[in-house]
Design a protein around this ligand. Structure first.
Ligand code: PHE
Length: 340
């Protein structure tokens, strides 16, 4: 019996000493101290031994178990320390191997164009203004000269956020006009780019979420010529050349007079798909700020006048990159986004 204990000890300690990894140590644990392992077998054999030997074998087996468990723990600690040491020493590290590639994202085309538009207006002395996307009905409509029940509300299908229709997803960036008038003293020039939302049927040119850039200039003797000159200047910068514009009368309750401003098609001279063979492309709504709106913003319309415009940023990006469907912008398809 003494021999079997010694033999088991030698074998176990030799295997522990030569174990190359934690997995090998686990195998030693299983074979010697686990259920059905050597130690368990020794203990199980006790009842069949002569009574005089039983005590010594029991003790010896338990000691052996302790010894093996301790040896495994010590070897495990040594192996782990050696591993850390090896990593630290840099052995096996080849500095000439190519690095793991870093995959780089890119800015969304709307973000790029928004920044470009902001830069152009900043260079013309404008400030960038901002407003909430969940807006009070009061700002999105009422203070913009669109009273409750006014039929023009039906021009913009609204997502309402509460039961009594006080909160809306803003349908336009125009509420920023009011917020700006409430905080800045004239004269001032601002643009307010941002997301807007409409509860509309979606197709290649209509999305529930799209982007506008609002413009507002208020000061003494601001006139329609300033509006036209400003937008022409902007368009020249953006398209890199002069483009003719034309004004058509347009109805927006918050401007008077109001205009639709069109630009000559940037892609053709005598008609193409983009301009639907008219050579003109609709660009923005605009006009002189209605006196009621100035008043709602706390500005005296007998002292100051202003012009405002609002254009679609999505449209501008679509024109630049000849993108045929507005739904690509919010679609999240990487095959589309990776092209920019
Ligand atoms: N807010 C208008 C729209 O969404 C655009 C506009 C802005 C028109 C400013 C006139 C002045 O259609």
């Amino acid at each position: 019996m003494e021999d079997r204990l010694n033999q088991a000890r030698e074998e176990a300690l030799a295997r522990i000493a030569s174990a190359a990894d934690v997995e090998a140590l686990r195998a030693v644990d299983r074979d010697f101290v686990g259920k059905g392992g050597v130690v368990a077998e020794l203990l199980a054999s006790i009842p069949s031994l002569p009574p005089a030997e039983r005590g010594a074998v029991g003790k010896g087996a338990n000691l052996l178990k302790r010894e093996i468990v301790d040896a495994i723990a010590a070897r495990k600690a040594a192996l782990e320390a050696a591993e850390v040491e090896a990593l630290r020493s840099g052995a096996g590290f080849d500095p000439t191997m190519p690095g793991a590639p870093v995959t780089r994202g890119s800015l969304h085309p709307l973000t790029r164009v928004r920044r470009e538009v902001e830069d152009i207006f900043l260079s013309m002395g404008y400030q960038i203004a901002d407003g909430p996307e969940v807006e009070l009905d009061e700002y999105n409509f009422q203070k913009l000269n669109i009273p409750i029940d006014h039929p023009s509300r039906e021009m913009q299908d609204t997502f309402y956020c509460d039961a009594d229709h006080k909160l809306v997803m803003r349908t336009q960036t125009s509420p920023v006009q009011i917020r700006t008038m409430e905080t800045l003293k004239p004269p001032f020039r601002v643009i307010a780019p941002g997301r807007v939302f409409r509860n509309e049927e979606q197709d290649a040119t209509h999305e529930h979420t799209f982007h506008q850039v609002e413009g507002l200039v208020v000061g003494k003797d601001v006139a329609i010529g300033h509006l036209i000159g400003t937008l022409k200047g902007f368009l020249r910068e953006y398209f890199g050349r002069r483009l003719d514009v034309r004004l058509r009368p347009g109805y927006f309750p918050f401007v008077e007079p109001g205009y639709e401003l069109d630009i000559r098609c940037p892609f053709c001279e005598d008609g193409c798909r983009v301009c639907k063979h008219t050579t003109w492309v609709e660009f923005c709504g605009s006009g002189m700020v209605h006196p009621n709106v100035l008043r709602a913003g706390g500005i005296d319309p007998t002292k100051y006048t202003g012009f405002a415009f609002g254009f679609g940023l999505d449209r501008l990006v679509m024109l630049r990159h000849e993108i045929d469907d507005i739904r690509h912008f919010m679609g999240g398809d990487l095959r589309f986004l990776e092209q920019f």
